[in-house]
Design a protein around this ligand. Structure first.
Ligand SMILES: Nc1ncnc2c1ncn2[C@@H]1O[C@H](COP(=O)(O)OP(=O)(O)OP(=O)(O)O)[C@@H](O)[C@H]1O
Ligand SMILES: [Mg+2]
Length: 406
């Protein structure tokens, strides 16, 4: 694929000549003209794919540095190259501080120019499609509001990134999703842009469509407008998940609570379903109904893992009684820690970055290890809970999910 290049400068003869040279290069696609400072931000806004901007530090160095900084601020995924007739160390340093990743001295040394664009291409290609290799799709699911799915999806993604895995976090809560708010991100593009351009998705395009969190998570955001959710079909989602799974080690999906064709598809595509619930009777009743539905839909199999969020030990309701009632083993319990959970969300941090020593951050690290291990030993452990029901609080409230208890 061609590396798209935008040239930016005022009356820049150097860029005009660079443009002529680049036009002859088959591996790049340079814009048909050099953009002035006043017009380039609007022009870049209309772009769908990745952005590689070359800014000339010529007439007005301060203005060129500030335009470079503005490009990085508004388009955090943009790759920036700066060029100047003066190769003075302080100019280069200032360029780097403004966000430039490469510096081209003028007059241009053509070999150097090509080398610099090669470096940029490699960075853009960081998620190059690995043909034949597939990452793991993890659906984080629950059927009751507020039980902690988005917290779980976001923090699992953050912990996987901390383990040096490439991770794309997908917000499939297409109406009013909250992943970008949890991570305090401003997305320039959303899943709708991918849907509109399904035919031209390649690694470069994909890279430009995702928003990057400081932790390293790439996020595919929900549409800007809730009413656009209906423009996205299960077939679109299937294609997008396929592309993402080829490009990332893990694709973590925050799923909607309502069961529909879209959710059925995601649960089907997922290699692992983390089903989140809480340990109160209404949540468990609701979880029970969801597990029954999964079974009726043929979704229930070895890939469901039950996670109890905000777990507090209780003699009245034990883990064993939950397992008996739901017919599925508890895979993980997450402690209740509202102060750290809310502080993380309010700052757009992962729990690890907010307070790595907290019980909740440590628990997420453990959960992540367990998830990674599950993929290593996949094929594992559908709950085999003994069909021995002692009368207890939950036993009375919830008849076990038929067929799940062995
Ligand atoms: N283990 C926990 N301890 C304390 N608070 C938590 C915990 N997990 C999540 N929370 C908090 O609970 C609230 C709801 O969590 P979250 O938004 O992740 O749930 P959800 O299931 O995605 O909700 P929604 O139905 O809105 O999608 C958030 O304020 C979050 O910070
Ligand atoms: Mg949510």
């Amino acid at each position: 694929m061609k590396l798209p290049i935008t040239l930016i400068g005022e009356d820049s003869l150097a860029l005009a000549s660079l443009r002529q040279q680049l036009e002859k290069e088959v591996s790049v696609s340079v814009d048909s003209r050099v953009y002035g400072y006043g017009e380039v931000l609007d022009a870049l806004k209309t772009r769908n794919g990745p952005i590689v901007a070359v800014v000339d530090i010529n007439r007005d160095p301060e203005r060129s540095f500030s335009i470079a900084e503005e490009i990085k601020l508004k388009f955090p995924n943009a790759r920036l190259v700066m060029t100047s007739p003066t190769g003075a160390p302080d100019t280069i340093l200032r360029a780097m501080r403004s966000g430039a990743e490469e510096f081209l001295a003028q007059p241009f040394d053509w070999n150097q120019v090509l080398k610099s664009f090669d470096v940029i291409r490699k960075k853009v290609d960081v998620h190059t499609t690995k043909v034949g290799e597939h990452g793991h799709i993890i659906a984080v699911s629950s059927n009751k509001g507020g039980v902690g799915s988005t917290t779980a999806a976001t923090n699992l993604a953050a912990c996987l990134v901390a383990q040096k895995k490439s991770v794309c976090l997908v917000d499939l809560v297409l109406q009013f999703g909250s992943v970008t708010s949890f991570l305090n991100l401003d997305a320039s593009y959303t899943i709708l842009d991918l849907v509109k351009n399904l035919k031209r998705i390649d690694p470069l395009f994909l890279d430009g469509s995702l928003v990057k969190h400081a932790s390293g998570i790439r996020v595919l955001a929900e549409p800007f407008y809730a009413e656009d959710a209906r423009r996205i079909t299960p077939a679109d989602i299937e294609e997008i998940l396929g592309v993402l799974a080829q490009s990332f080690d893990y694709v973590v999906v925050d799923t909607p609570k309502e069961f529909d064709d879209m959710l059925a598809l995601v649960l089907d595509k997922a290699g692992l379903i983390l089903f989140i619930t809480e340990m109160d009777v209404p949540s468990l009743k609701s979880a029970h109904r969801a597990l029954e539905l999964f079974e009726r839909m043929g979704i229930y199999d070895k890939k469901i893992r039950l996670i109890l969020n905000r777990y507090v030990k209780s003699r009245l309701m034990t883990l064993e009684s939950v397992e008996k009632a739901l017919g599925v083993k508890v895979f993980w319990t997450l402690p209740n820690n509202y102060p750290v959970a809310i502080a993380a969300v309010n700052q757009g941090f992962s729990l690890q970055d907010c307070d790595a020593k907290s019980d909740i951050a440590k628990s997420y690290s453990g959960l992540t290890d367990a998830v990674v291990n599950t993929f290593v030993h996949i094929g594992g452990t559908r709950a085999a809970v003994a069909d021995e029901r002692r009368p207890g609080l939950l036993g009375r409230l919830l008849p076990p999910v038929r067929g799940l208890i062995k």
